[in-house]
Design a protein around this ligand. Structure first.
Ligand SMILES: Cc1ncc(COP(=O)(O)O)c(C=O)c1O
Length: 395
């Protein structure tokens, strides 16, 4: 049995919370590859199903390996409750289904992951949930967009791929003053760099697929918050609809969490150096990185995050042709839309992650054709830089 000591710091929580050792006395967390659990008697089965007795029932909503991951992530985010899901998108879907109903309205930052926009505009809209979009750093716009039926404010900070920030505490204060909940997608920072609940957010969402895994192996997601909102409402959607994380993936994420703090520090250090180098390169028009003094919210980033993170966006000369030339000029970097991997990835947001947006939506989100996004990995910085230089020097 792991005793969770409330005084433990983040890295200790990431390694020690959640593992209840079995009688086999294993040191590493076991994978419970079982879909159902056995009861000692019919009476025990009845008590479990009725919720009168705690314990495992069926792996759609109870599995010890998944629960270990949930407890560990909750402890790292400082939340009472966590629900693990099959992907980041299903974490967002389960949150919206659990906390909203037909006729509700939501305000979202414009600069969110492309599939999240499609989920809101195409699918939630079909069920009578309407979304308005605002610039994430314009507090007055958030306030103006709130209506009497607004239930949620949804934000990603830093945003993908322009790394714009929103002041979480200010937005949480606004949400609560107007009777709304604040949901923060904390995928880019992870709890290693930013803890939105401590800043007043009500719900934190993760795509565990990204930095929590850290090596691009598995899809997963999570929702963290208090017992009422997450432990009851979001959990109810998971139990009933079943967007469940597999025990094997939960085990991968448990292992990922153990090294998360170290990795996030290393991603950030390399990204900072790379952003500074890019800023001085003649083929670059603009670099987006919260660790640069030129970033409009550099001071907020220093206050809100313990490090700037691993994502660097930059605009190159020559629009789409220039961006594609840079991407195709690399030999080592992986041309893929994923991020948060030990391997550095490079992508053209306008035609990949944000390709399903209309031209107008893309323009409003500030995603130009010349924009390139690099998710800086853990290779030696000199090799990442040399590979990017191959593409850039030809421009
Ligand atoms: C910020 C953000 N949120 C959510 C998601 C969705 O996560 P998943 O791919 O695990 O469904 C992604 C990326 O894919 C993302 O970048």
């Amino acid at each position: 049995m792991t005793d969770f000591d409330e005084n433990w710091e983040l890295a200790t929580r990431a390694i020690r919370v959640g593992h209840r050792r079995t009688p086999e006395m294993e040191h590493s967390e076991p994978i419970f590859a079982t879909s159902s659990f056995v009861f000692a008697s019919a009476a025990e089965a009845a008590a479990r199903f009725a919720g009168d007795q705690p314990g495992n029932i069926y792996a759609r909503f109870t599995n010890p390996t998944v629960r270990a991951f949930e407890e560990r992530l909750a402890a790292m985010e400082g939340g009472e409750s966590c629900v693990a899901t099959a992907s980041g998108m299903s974490a967002i879907l389960a949150t919206c289904m659990g906390l909203m109903q037909q006729g509700d309205h939501m305000v979202s930052s414009r600069s969110i992951f492309g599939s999240t926009t499609v989920l809101f505009d195409k699918y939630l809209a079909r069920f009578g949930i309407e979304t308005s979009y605002v610039d994430l750093d314009d507090l007055a716009a958030w306030e103006a967009a709130i209506r009497p039926n607004t239930r949620l404010l949804f934000v990603e900070t830093p945003s993908n791929p322009l790394t714009a920030l929103c002041d979480i505490r200010a937005l949480a204060d606004l949400a609560h003053a107007r009777g709304c909940l604040l949901v923060v997608d904390n995928c880019f920072c992870t709890p290693a760099l930013q803890q939105p609940l401590a800043l007043g957010a009500d719900i934190v969402i993760h795509s565990a697929t990204k930095y929590i895994d850290g090596q691009g192996r598995a899809l997963g997601g999570a929702v963290v918050g208090d017992t009422k909102l997450v432990g009851e409402e979001v959990f109810g959607v998971l139990r009933t609809a079943g967007p469940t994380m597999s025990p094997f993936n939960a085990w991968i994420f448990l292992k990922g969490l153990e090294t998360l703090k170290l990795r996030m520090q290393a991603h950030s250090a390399s990204a900072q150096a790379l952003a500074e180098w890019l800023e001085s390169h003649p083929a670059i028009e603009r670099v987006y990185y919260p660790g640069l003094a030129s970033h409009p919210q550099h001071e907020l980033a220093k206050r809100q995050q313990s490090a700037p993170g691993g994502i660097v966006g930059f605009e190159v000369k020559g629009g789409r042709a220039g961006a594609w030339q840079v991407i195709d000029g690399t030999q080592m970097l992986s041309i893929t839309a994923n991020l948060g991997d030990a391997k550095t990835t490079i992508t053209h947001p306008a035609t990949t992650t944000h390709g399903r947006l209309s031209d107008e939506q893309r323009e409003q989100a500030g995603i130009s054709q010349g924009l390139v996004r690099v998710a800086v990995g853990l290779e030696d910085l000199a090799d990442i830089q040399a590979d990017l230089a191959r593409g850039l020097d030809g421009l």
